[in-house]
Each structure stands twice: as C-alpha cells, then as structure tokens.
Design a protein around this ligand. Structure first.
Ligand code: ZN
Length: 307
C-alpha cells in the first residue's frame, strides 16, 4: 500500500438531458468509447453511462446521469465548472481543423499556463475543454487533463488538496478578472491537474443538465482508499462509509468550497462484468435489479453508440 499522494482524477460525473445526443457527442465528436451502459443505482429507471478510453482506464472516465426531464443547469461558485481532456502532442491543430470542418463551434484558442486551450459545449451546455499537451498517445484524446472548480474562496480547498491529497501548488494566473490557481498531483498519471477558479462575476449556480455532479479521485486499492478515508476524516471532513459501485468502491465528502468529492478505487474496473472487447454494448445491471430487468428495459430509451 502506498499513500503519499492521490495520483489524479478517477472519473467525473455529470448530468445530461436525453441520452442519445450525449452518446453522439462523446462517442462521435470526442471519440470516446462507451465503456459501460448501466442504470443509476439509486434510480434504476435512469441510465448511468460511462465513457472512457478502450479499457475505461482511471483518469479517462466521464459518466452521465441522463434525465430526460432535467431542466438546464448552470455552473456557479461551489460547483465544478469544466472538465478538460489532454490533446496528445502534435494533434491540437488537427482537432481545431476537424471541429471546424464538422461545423462544431468552439471558443479559443486561449493560452493558459503556457498551453493552448479551446472550449466546446456539449449538447447540454457543459463546458468541455481540450488542452494542448506534450503527452504521446495513439488515442484521439489522452484522458483528462484537469477539472476546474469554481469557488468563492480558494484557500480552504487548496489546503485540502496540498495538505491531505499531496498536490503541489503550480502557481496562479489572472485573466479578465478570473483568478485561476493550479494544483497538480506529482507524477504523470492522467488528470493530475485541478484548477481552482475565482471570478468576480455575480453568479449563482443551479444543478441540472450540463452541470457536474461530482469529481472522483483515485485510490490504487481498497486499503489505500481506507487510508485516505482516515486522512480526510482526520482533517475534519465528514466522509461516507465505503459504498460498492460495482466497478469501483467509493467514498464521498463535500470539500470546503462546496464541491462533492469522491475517492474511487482503481479495481475492479469495467471488465468486471463483461468482456473488454464488448464493453458498453449490453445493459449491465447490479444483482439487486436483475429480477426487474424486463421492467427497466421497457422504460429506458434505446441508445446507439457511434464507436
Ligand atoms: Zn462517482
């Protein structure tokens, strides 16, 4: 067991409207793989969709609860406001050309911490950033680069990330009245970066479609997760017991700025209940819902993946 620092992001979970446009955007435009099609364990009449790289590796996983009747949400202070993917070395101009050819709107590029960034909106308005990196990869995108947390006060969250998670302060930038403090996990895992953003703009967030529900960080195994649980509790945060999420074990707590954090284990992973080659193709249900599979399949809208 090693517990010196959290290696990076495990997954990000967001809320969307109807599932098909969401599937089209993430498997089509962004070329992610639908690695798991299951249901919201607390509301089995709703999907829980997972996108990632071929294997659904930690640091590449974006998940959605698509609520057909979700009203539009809006990010604000106390919420995660964007997720960013790493564009592998040499691919950034190609991405911009390809998006332009497909008539997909994006903003930028702007320079942030010395790297170019463009911003897209997914079909529900969620902010998706593509960040130029020097990483090499055969994939179109190399998993997450970062998440941005929108906070009224950066210090308490920064302290949690440095003192408990073992993240390093990478300095701050100020652009148009928006302060951005960058923290990063040591090492070269995917998704090491967390940007803390403070804006002078008066704004109140509202949960709903197009907003991020929580950000999950990685624990290498169950013992390491328990050690992190102890560390988070010792730092004065109220943290849940370990919850079995079928593909990982999870603990949750609210960080001081208001964003829901999770720490999720790398094992057992997405090939736990179906072969790697056919991940995401059939509806997977946890044991407690297999008995009502017929009813669940009748209420879920059919979806078709591009990849
Ligand atoms: Zn989660």
């Amino acid at each position: 067991m090693t517990k010196t620092h959290i290696p990076g992001i495990h997954h990000v979970t967001a809320i969307s409207g109807p599932p098909q446009p969401n599937v089209d955007f993430y498997t089509g435009t962004l070329q992610q793989r639908l690695v798991k099609k299951t249901v919201n364990f607390d509301d089995p009449g709703t999907y829980h969709l997972y996108y990632g790289d071929y294997a659904g590796s930690p640091g590449t996983i974006l998940t959605f609860f698509p609520f057909a009747d979700a009203g539009p949400g809006r990010a604000g202070p106390g919420m995660a406001s964007a997720y960013a993917y790493s564009v592998p070395a040499g691919q950034f101009d190609g991405w911009m050309e390809s998006l332009a050819e497909q008539a997909i709107d994006f903003e930028g590029p702007v320079e942030r911490f010395g790297k170019r960034v463009i911003t897209l909106r997914d079909p529900d308005g969620a902010l998706v950033e593509l960040v130029e990196t020097t990483r090499t990869s055969d994939d179109a995108l190399d998993g997450f680069h970062s998440v941005t947390l929108w906070l009224r006060d950066l210090a308490p969250t920064a302290k949690l990330l440095t003192d408990v998670f073992g993240y390093e302060d990478r300095g701050s930038e100020n652009m148009n009245g928006v302060e951005r403090l960058r923290l990063a996990a040591p090492g070269d895992a995917k998704g090491t970066v967390v940007d803390l953003m403070r804006s002078d703009a008066p704004s109140i967030g509202r949960p709903g479609a197009g907003t991020i529900h929580h950000v999950a960080f990685r624990a290498e195994d169950n013992d390491t997760q328990l050690a992190w649980r102890e560390a988070v509790a010792s730092a004065g945060h109220s943290v849940t017991p370990v919850i079995d999420r079928q593909y990982f074990n999870a603990i949750y707590f609210r960080e001081p700025g208001g964003v829901l954090f999770e720490i999720a284990t790398d094992p057992p992973g997405f090939a736990h209940d179906e072969p790697l080659e056919t991940l995401g193709e059939s509806l997977k249900l946890p044991a407690q819902y297999e008995g009502i599979r017929d009813r669940i399949e009748r209420v879920l809208p059919p979806i078709k993946s591009a990849a």
